[in-house]
Design a protein around this ligand. Sequence first.
Ligand code: NDP
Length: 453
Amino acid sequence: MSPYDVDLFVIGAGSGGVRAARIAASHGVKVAIAEKTFYGGTCVNVGCVPKKLMTFVADYASMMEDAAGYGWEIGERKLEWKTFISRKNDEINRLNGIYEKMLANAGVEIHWGTAQLAGSHGVRVGDKIITAERIIVATGGKVFIPNIEGAAEHGITSDDVFYLEEQPQTLVVAGVGYIGLEFAGIFKRLGSDVHVIYRRDKILNEAFDEDVRDFLEGEMTKKGINFHPKTNITKVEKKGKQFLVHLDNGEPILADQVLFATGRTPNTDGLNLEKVGVKTARGGAIAVNEEEQTNIPSIYAVGDVTDRFALTPVALAEGHALVDRLYGNKERHISYDNIPSAVFSDPNTSQVGLTEAQAREKFGDDIDIYTSQFRAMRMILAGREERTLMKLIVQRSTDLVIGLHMVGSEAGEIVQGFATAMIAGATKDDFDRTIGIHPTSAEEFVTMRTKTR
Ligand code: NDP
C-alpha cells in the first residue's frame, strides 16, 4: 500500500501538465491535477490557438483583396469584430471542455483551485492537502510588462488582446519577438494602423538568421507596418479614450491600444518554492536537470516554468517523455537540437537548425549557403509584390543540412516536414535527389543548386 494519496500530482493543466497527467494515468498510476484558471493553459486559451484563429480572420482580409486580381468582384466587406470574438470564444470553450474530458476519461482526479507545494510530497489546494509520491510543476509562464510609466495601467498584453471589445484603429506594439510580430501582422491585415517599437536595430533576435530578420522586416514594411527601431517607450498616457505613447526617439503616437509583447516570465507565484527549498535559476525559472528533476528528488518541472524553450510542443514532449521514463519503462529523452518553430507573422517565418552565424561559429568556413528569393505564383495575378526567402545551410565536409529557413506563405507548414528530414540526418544530396512537387513554393528547397556563398 502506498503511503501517499496519489502516485503523481501535476500542478497546472496546460500543455505540459495535461499531457504528463494523461500519459501517466495511461501507464496505470494514480494521478491528480490542479488548475486554477483554464484547462489547456496559455496555448489553448490566450496563446497559440486563438492567435492562429486571429491569423485566419486576417488572412481572409488579404484573400479578399487579392481575389480581384483573379476576376472576383467582391462587394463591400466589413469585419464584425464582436461576432469574430464571440465565435472564437465558443471554440476556446469547446476546447476547454475537450481538455477537461480528456483528463476525466483518463481517470485523472481533478482539483479546481490554486495549488501550492506543501512539502516535498504534498500539494495544498484550498484547505485540502493531497500527498503524492511525485509532483510535476507545469505552471507555465506569465506576461511581462516593463517598468514604464503608465504601461501596466494603460497597456494590454497577449492575455487581453483576444478579448478586445473593438478592433483598435491605431495599435502600438512594443517588442519584436514572436508575439509582437504576429499581432502587428494580424492587425495590419485587418486594416489597423500599426506602429512597432523596439530597442534593437533589427526585428527578432539572434536565435533567427540575419537574412531572415532583414527580409521579414522588409516584407512587413512593404505591407505598411511602421517599424521604429532603436526606440523605447518612455510613458503611456491616457488621452480621452485613447493613449498617447511617448517615445525617446520620435514624436508621440496617439493609439487606441498599446500592446506590450515584451516577453514572458516563469509563473511560480504562490507555489511556495522557497519554503519547500526548490531551487530556481535565472529569471525565477525552476531549475531542473536533464531528467526534469529539481533539487528535491520527488519534485519535477516541465514546460515554460523551466524557461528553456517556451514552445507548446516542447512542453508536451518534456511532460510525455518524463512520465514515460517514470511509469512507462521507456528510457526516452527529448532532443533540444533541431527544434523547428514558426512566427505567424505576415508573411510567416519558420526555421529549423542553426542560423548562419551559429553555423559559422561552430564550423568556421566549413559551410555552404544556398538562398533563393522569388515571388510566389499566387502573388502574380493578385498584384502583390510579396517575396519569399528560402535558405539552406550545409556543412560542406559532411554534406549535412544543418539549417533551413523560410520567410513566406505557409512557412510553418512547409518547414515541419523538412524538420523531420533534418532529424533523420538528411544531406544536401538527399535534398537534391528529392523530386519537387510542382508548382509549389516548397519545391524550391529541393531545387537549390547554386551556392550563394
Ligand atoms: P520574445 O522573447 O520572443 O520577444 C520579446 C520582445 O520584447 C523582444 O523584442 C524584446 O527585446 C522585447 N523586450 C523584452 N524586455 C523588454 C524591455 N524591458 N523593454 C523593451 N523591450 C523589451 O517574447 P514574446 O513576448 O514575443 O513571446 C514569449 C514567448 O512565447 C516566445 O519567446 C516564444 O517562446 C513563445 N511564443 C511562441 C509562438 C510561436 O511559436 N509561434 C508565438 C508566441 C509566443 P530584446 O530582444 O531587445 O530583449
